[in-house]
Write a protein that binds this ligand. Sequence first.
Ligand code: UDP
Ligand code: MN
Length: 471
Amino acid sequence: MRDPWCKAPERILPLSQLPRTSVIICFHNEAWSALLRTVHSVINRSPPELLEEVVLVDDASTQDHLKQQLENYIQRFNGKVKVVRAKERTGLIRARLLGAAHSNGEVLTYLDSHCECTAGWLEPLLDRIARNSTTVVCPNIEVISDSTLEYMKSGYVAVGGFSWDLIFNWHQIPEREKKRREHMFAPVQSPTMAGGLFAINKAFFEKLGTYDSGFDIWGGENLELSFKTWMCGGTLEIVPCSHVGHIFRKRSPYKWRDGVNVLRKNTVRLAEVWLDEYKTIYYERIANNLGDYGDVSSRKKLRESLQCQSFGWYLKNIYPELFVPSEAIARGDIRNLYRNNKSPSSMCIDSPAKKGNLHKPLGVFPCHKQGGNQYWMLSKTGEIRRDDVCVDNNGGSVILYNCHGSKGNQEWLLEDWGGIKNPSSGKCLALTEAKDKLVMEHCVESEFRQKWLFENYNRTAYDHWKNNNLL
Ligand code: UDP
Ligand code: MN
């Protein structure tokens, strides 16, 4: 899997200078073959002198093969592999902490329970931590096909980011980072980590307060660890020379908690503790429905005692590519002012902004005031966007397209009479008579189907923009 560059002996410190690691694998009702594939690949492809142990953490699985059958099977590893069992379902995050409590290695390496480690995966990870114990590292995570279970080598390296609904996403390596590195396979600094596969010095993890143990089942912990690594003196890297395959799921295969929005709760805790004034951007996206997120005072104290940098510092220095909506001219829902007797409700521009929604006509839906798919931002450069996706006038129809930053079909001007005009075509955004879709029309100031109102306007930004952009 490795490029020859990665194999050159001078790349990596001698094994005797690398720290030993515990490999911690949490699982809840994992398939036998997937779990054992993970374990065997760790055992077969890690230098024995670097592998302290493999700790399997059973998060209260109910499937039979994960009980006595598993205990019997691991006998063959002569004590290298042990099983720790949670008494009741505790969720991925607390299961990882349970694993850490039973680990003896200087470094903790976490893997999901459906991975394959490839030859040479471990050494380049431990090398980075040996050089600096505050460096947190992730392998290049490659795809194991969920239909054939084949390892799909890609070699492509991406970095982690997030959108303002605080969901992790992947990006191309930014130009500034390409320039900083001396070689295309050298470690890449990444604003965030995907979360399942990484290695960290145990003492540094503890210094950072490990994870917020108030996080349940799944989600948010990867951003928590990413933010605090950077904000509290560490570095987060992806190591392209280390290749580990992971089966990416299409949907979550196991049961979550009934009646609780687990991910929302975790994410609100994350925002409360780490986002400073930027938390309101996330809260607007969820229409300020914070729900009951429990007590975060001990996590705030932790942050204070570590004297970490602000979230503003993180955005400016670690993730300058991220579009920050508080600099937007207008944001919230985009309401049309046209009414008719057939359907008296007012209509808002409405669409999810996932990959599958790109290049498709943008929808409208009665305004619901819940943020989510009706939350848009008008940027200083005239884009109407959510995260990386922009409203695009594609020769008459109105679609979603990846933001390209070069105006044209993606530039929108607010007219004093309520119009939203695309200057390159000279046309205006209009709701159809049937109130069922968006079209581009010749601008008519008196036409209510062309009048739109954003939920919020940033006055100073708006005035500045108006003065400078010939509104
Ligand atoms: N997991 C767990 N307890 C839970 C949920 C997940 O131990 O309540 C384990 C799961 O078996 C897997 C890892 O945590 O090994 C990450 O979960 P998953 O693979 O579902 O996350 P994804 O990779 O899809 O983000
Ligand atoms: Mn997984």
